[in-house]
Design a protein around this ligand. Structure first.
Ligand SMILES: Nc1nc2c(ncn2[C@@H]2O[C@H](COP(=O)(O)OP(=O)(O)OP(=O)(O)O)[C@@H](O)[C@H]2O)c(=O)[nH]1
Length: 751
């Protein structure tokens, strides 16, 4: 864009460009006319022309002289020349006399123009009246004074008109220029970036930049010369959204303004966010002659907005989409009809025994493992699939665009799930130690167009739980029957919590006897009588209590009941050791030992009379911690029994490190003893091991004389089963003990 000059600047500019033109035109016309003048003997005119040209040449070259001096000289030349011409060739050169006032009004101002006009008018009058020039007026041919007066009057009239027009025009121009300068100064000092480009009609042609303000130069690091003349395209770069560019081009094509946010680039190539307002500038026609762009750096705002977006939609630890984004994408995927895009499937992943990594190696290593899982998942699936982390060690993969045929789609989804399982299973080095990631995966296919994203996720979750129940590290495809199981479980959980609150649960005791059938203790067994008179079996509700966490309050309640039962038995003269089942979850509660101490203190029951039955599940995880806690409780006097011994994966090496008192043989081994060879072999080895370790043995599920005889013949384990006693309510047991006076024998055996 041309820099804005004031009117004085424009005058100087006009004057400088006028002089060479006058010189050239004057020289050409003088050369053309000189032979004619000389032929006619008008050499003074030729001489005057030559002097005038020399004078103008001097004015042109002497640029160091003040502007007004040079203009006055120029005016003098024009005046002298016009007078000389009038003297030599008469009224034909009268128009020359208009030169001085007009030139003075354009190059100086009104006042010198009026002076010039008066001077010229007076000269005309003087020369005419004295007869130096012939100014013929019809009727007054012989009266030169009147003719001169008429000519001078005419001259003055037209001279005043022209001078005033020029002067006013220039005055208006001067005001506009001053305003323009003001605006320009304001624009160049704006903090917003301003760019003006020339509008070029063709859509794909470059729109050359004609103006940029300081704010633009400051932000982009360019120098003005590097930008002027360049295409507007220099504002965009590799990360500029093409959709935004298209929007700008469309606005330009239709001569409309537009507002956009786009990534722009500095000279050094660093990207920044620009909020841009693009306005067409039109003059006379509808079509824009220029584009005015006003931009603001909104990088900070966008960065903050991006950060908020990331926190809202992405998991901080792994950078994967979180549950919210997953649900949005899932909902969007479900809206598309399978005929267009194929079926969608959800893979619900839960790492196996991840808690162990946290416990054994610390949270930081656990975090690192989650990061590796995220990376491997992303490497395994397509870019178009979504991998999300929806909680602790739970990930979800959304597979879209599977085959529209459900069988093919299930096959593909299962195949991807197996590929993921294999990929995660590859050994991983975590803080210098090898680790294998096991994962349970539930797969659900969206077959029902009406199903919600929540339904689909719940189905995949259900299938994942089935994979866990199947022994972990596997893949299970959801089947509708699973959901009713889950719903049943949820109802059961709710009812169980209610039954606990209402005190509907009861404790039954089943006696354990020695080889002579004499009661030697009892195991407490929970019972849940329903309002409808039915009894919920413990093997049904205990797993529900375990999976829902209700087992913890339930276990505390059972311990309190056991203490009260022992005291009641003691009061009636039948003190005997009581066995209580302690679930792994309850045992792992950090305050478990404190809870036990509290209950013992509250009830006053002797810890030496309590046997805690723990399952082998307790011994799989966190063995060191479990052993430490057992020793603490053993120090109080509590004894330990391993329940269902032989059914789990007991680490036998650890058995010797535990303060054990007893092993219990599971009833499934007793079931076919002594007839089944393998079952009997297991019973024999447990008896032998217990003998070796000096542990007492209790065999469960004794229902036949043969079983009892077999045990008596092989080391004399204590026995528990329907052959001797069914579980009884406490009052019933006390009554039975009193009736059979067996209490004396029990006291003798354990006293
Ligand atoms: N390191 C780490 N651990 C987490 C994070 N969020 C949750 N966890 C832990 O992840 C574990 C999740 O354990 P679960 O899935 O319940 O149990 P698991 O040990 O994986 O056992 P299964 O799922 O039954 O195989 C818990 O111990 C949480 O404390 C996290 O951001 N970082």
């Amino acid at each position: 864009m041309v820099s804005i000059k004031d009117i004085a600047g424009w005058r100087e500019r006009i004057f400088s460009s006028l002089l060479p033109i006058v010189l050239v035109v004057g020289t050409v016309s003088t050369i053309a006319i000189v032979p004619f003048l000389l032929q006619r003997g008008m050499w003074p005119v030729a001489l005057a022309d030559a002097i005038a040209l020399g004078w103008i040449f001097a004015i042109w070259r002497l640029k160091g002289l003040p502007y007004t001096v040079r203009v006055f000289h120029f005016l003098a030349v024009v005046y002298v020349l016009s007078v000389a011409l009038m003297l030599s060739i008469g009224a034909a050169s009268l128009s020359y006399l208009l030169g001085p006032p007009l030139i003075a009004s354009i190059l100086l101002s009104l006042r010198p123009a009026i002076v010039a006009l008066i001077l010229c008018a007076v000269s005309l009058l003087g020369l005419g009246a004295t007869g130096h020039i012939s100014l013929s007026v019809p009727g007054w041919e012989h009266d030169p004074v009147k003719a001169a007066l008429v000519a001078a009057l005419n001259y003055t009239t037209i001279g005043v008109m022209l001078t005033l027009i020029c002067s006013n025009l220039l005055k208006g121009l001067s005001l506009s220029l001053a305003e323009l300068q003001l605006t320009s100064a304001a624009v160049s000092r704006l903090n917003d970036m301003v760019v003006i480009a020339k509008a070029v009609a063709h859509r794909n042609s470059a729109q050359p930049i004609t103006f940029v303000n300081k704010a633009f130069l400051r932000r982009t690091g360019y120098a003005r010369e590097e930008v002027l003349g360049q295409s507007l395209r220099m504002l965009q770069g590799p990360d500029t959204d093409q959709a935004v560019i298209t929007c700008i081009l469309e606005a330009m094509g239709s001569n409309k303004p537009c507002n956009v946010e786009l990534v722009s680039y500095t000279k050094s190539g660093s990207a920044f966010w620009l909020e841009l307002e693009l306005m067409p500038f039109t003059q006379s026609s509808e079509v824009a002659t220029h584009w005015v762009l006003v931009g603001r750096d909104i990088t900070e705002r966008r960065t903050a907005a991006d950060a908020i977006h990331r926190l809202a939609f992405y998991d901080v630890l792994t950078g994967l989409p979180n549950r919210r984004l997953l649900m949005e994408r899932l909902a969007a995927a479900l809206e598309e009809t399978p005929a267009n895009r194929g079926l969608n499937a959800i893979l619900y992943l839960d790492l196996d025994n991840f808690k162990n990594v946290n416990d054994a190696r610390g949270h930081a290593v656990g975090d690192a493992l989650l990061g590796h899982v995220a990376t491997r998942l992303n490497q395994t699936v397509r870019n178009s699939d979504t991998v999300a982390r929806i909680g602790g060690d739970e990930f979800v993969v959304l597979l879209g665009g599977l085959d529209a045929n459900p069988s093919v789609a299930s096959y593909v989804a299962l195949d991807v799930a197996h590929t993921i399982r294999t990929a995660l299973a590859a050994p991983l080095d975590l803080a210098g130690q090898p680790y294998n990631i096991g994962v349970s995966i539930g797969v659900a296919l969206c077959l029902d167009a009406r199903a919600s994203s929540h339904d689909l996720l719940r189905e995949a979750d259900t299938a994942m739980y089935r994979a866990k129940a199947n022994g972990r590290n596997g893949v299970v495809l959801f089947e509708s029957a699973m959901l009713s199981e889950t719903q049943y479980k949820l109802t059961m959980e709710r009812d169980l919590a209610q039954a606990m609150n209402n005190g509907e649960l009861t404790m039954h005791l089943q006696l354990q006897v020695d080889r002579l059938g004499v009661p030697a203790g009892a195991e407490l067994l929970m019972r849940w009588p329903r309002a409808d008179g039915t009894m919920v079996r413990p093997d049904i509700f205990i797993p529900v209590a375990e999976s829902s966490g209700l087992i913890v309050p339930l276990g505390n309640w059972a311990l309190r009941e056991a203490c009260k039962a022992w005291l009641a038995l003691d009061r009636t003269g039948n003190p005997m050791p009581l066995s209580i089942n302690v679930s792994p979850l309850q045992f792992r509660q950090p305050d478990f030992v404190d809870q036990v101490c509290q209950i013992l203190a509250d009830t006053g029951a002797p810890p030496q009379q309590l046997i805690f039955e723990v399952t082998e599940g307790l011994l799989i995880e966190d063995i060191e911690q479990a052993i430490k806690r057992m020793h603490k409780l053993a120090a109080l006097g509590i004894r330990f029994s391993v329940d269902d011994f032989g059914t789990g994966y007991s680490n036998l090496a650890y058995l010797t490190k535990m303060p054990l008192y007893e092993l219990k043989i599971d009833k499934r081994f007793m079931h076919d003893t002594p007839h089944d060879v393998s079952g009997t072999a297991i019973v024999q080895s447990i008896l032998a091991m217990a003998g070796h370790l000096g542990l007492r043995v209790v065999a469960e599920g004794i229902e036949s004389i043969e079983q009892a005889q077999y045990l008596t013949a092989h080391g004399g384990a204590y026995m528990q089963g329907y052959l001797y006693h069914r579980p009884m309510a406490l009052e019933q047991l006390i009554q039975w003990l009193q009736d059979s006076s067996a209490s004396v024998v029990a006291t003798a055996a354990y006293g």
